[in-house]
Design a binder for this molecule. Structure first.
Ligand code: KE4
Length: 429
């Protein structure tokens, strides 16, 4: 179903912007059709250019954990903007936000702000290479860490191997320094360390994968990474751009009890405005310019408006009971969808951590990228559009996470479950 205003806007956009969008997944390439152009958001809902309203489960890909246009965030942004939008100089707010992050994440003794998750992971890799004097990095197939050249690689899964570029423009020289292993496979990790361990500067991992759909780490997988990194002198980087302040106040590292050497953050810590951050052990972070030789800079790093939105968001999240409520809403949605799947008798299942989840169209548990790619994406495409027509806005890709916010009510959850029941029926005629 295409709204006339969205179609007209998309036609204009594709004339002046690659794919008509500012980020590829927004173009609906995986599901087809014309993306609704969104005009406004309020709480758990967004409204498109034709006034059609949807219950939003994308949350701008994670940041909007409070829901859209939360009064505390809007007020903080407006007040900050009235004092000026950027100074290129230190500000009080970024110290407050840095201290708050340090207090929340025990492994983070110091933090540096940047303007995106990509900048955070790119900078953390540079720091790890400088600190270890090594070149290679190990990542996992199906994990996404932003569009950093050295992380835009993914080879066949199941075996640690030298990465194959996911994108033209990533050079052979770059890919030769990236080793790819299978998520949740200690055997694959063993092969990588056996082959490259003494040249691995870092292992970067999503402690709860969200970019092949939600795939939690199986027991022992992260502990094995920590042990192998310690043995090999390799730094462990937790990419918590999605999970940071999403799955708990102290992130996935807090709930899983694993201590990384460096952590990358984004999304929620900016409350919907552009932000990223990387942080960790003091001895490592003091290597970052100007206190050390590792150069990294940014015109709008620590931007006061982003920082104001982030502080307002985290201060709301720090209130007692917020993560319990997110868990309760997430669990209600998961059980409602599982009932709908059972009632429809279709091969599908939900994988969830807290308020982030994925409905996989495949039989059985998804533990890695190969298994995620077994999903019936044709069914997902039909299901997605049925849900959109019903008024529920899902991520337009099977291999992404849906997010519930504190603005969602139990009634909203009930509406989404009803939409799932009807959409499953229509997707399996
Ligand atoms: P950004 O550069 O998009 O701020 O962050 C990159 C990034 C880093 N690490 C993880 C674990 C991430 O999930 C991301 C970005 N997430 C995607 C959604 N899966 C952003 C959406 C998009 O690319 O448009």
């Amino acid at each position: 179903m295409t709204s006339s205003h969205s179609q007209a806007l998309f036609d204009r956009a594709t004339g002046v912007m690659p794919g008509g969008v500012s980020s590829p997944v927004r173009a609906f390439g995986a599901v087809g059709g014309t993306p609704p152009f969104i005009a406004a958001g309020n709480g758990a809902r967004i409204t498109d250019a034709d006034g059609r309203t949807y219950i939003d489960l994308v949350a701008s890909w994670g940041p909007l954990i409070l829901g859209h246009a939360h009064p505390a965030v809007v007020e903080a942004v407006a007040s900050a903007a009235a004092l000026g939008t950027s100074f290129g100089a230190p500000t009080h707010g970024e110290v407050e936000l840095a201290e708050l992050i340090v207090s929340a994440l025990p492994s983070v003794e110091m933090v540096r702000f940047v303007s995106s998750g990509t900048e955070a992971t790119m900078s953390a890799l540079r720091l790890a290479r400088a600190a270890t004097g090594r070149a290679r990095v190990l990542k996992f197939a199906g994990c996404y860490h932003g569009h950093v050249d050295s992380l835009l690689v993914s080879a066949g899964s199941g075996v640690a191997t030298l990465g194959l570029p996911d994108s033209p423009g990533v050079t052979d020289a770059t890919r030769s320094q990236t080793v790819v292993a299978a998520y949740n496979s200690t055997e694959s990790v063993a092969e990588a360390f056996d082959a490259f361990g003494d040249d691995l500067a870092a292992v970067i991992v999503e402690p709860i994968a969200a970019n092949m759909g939600v795939v939690p780490a199986v027991n022992g997988f992260l502990e094995d990474l920590r042990r192998r990194c310690d043995e090999a002198g390799t730094l462990l980087i937790f990419d918590e751009v999605v999970t940071g302040f999403r799955v708990g106040w102290s992130g996935a590292q807090g709930s899983l009890g694993i201590t990384p050497d460096l952590t990358t953050l984004g999304k929620v810590v900016g409350g919907g405005l552009p932000i990223g951050a990387y942080g960790g052990r003091r001895d490592l972070m003091e290597m970052v310019a100007p206190s050390g030789p590792v150069y990294q800079a940014g015109t709008l790093s620590g931007n006061p408006i982003s920082v104001a939105a982030g502080l307002a968001t985290l201060r709301q999240l720090s209130a007692p009971g917020t993560y319990e409520r997110l868990e309760s809403l997430g669990a209600a949605l998961e059980s409602g969808i599982e009932r709908a799947i059972k009632q429809a008798g279709v091969p599908a299942g939900v994988q969830r951590v807290g308020s982030m989840m994925t409905l996989f169209f495949v039989d059985g548990v998804v533990t890695n990228f190969d298994e995620a790619r077994e999903c019936d994406t044709t069914r997902f495409r039909h299901f997605f559009h049925e849900m959109l027509a019903w008024g529920v806005y899902l991520p337009p890709s099977q291999l992404e996470a849906s997010f519930v916010s504190l603005a969602h009510t139990t009634d909203d959850i009930g509406e989404v479950v009803s939409a799932v029941e009807e959409s499953l029926e229509r997707s399996w005629p």
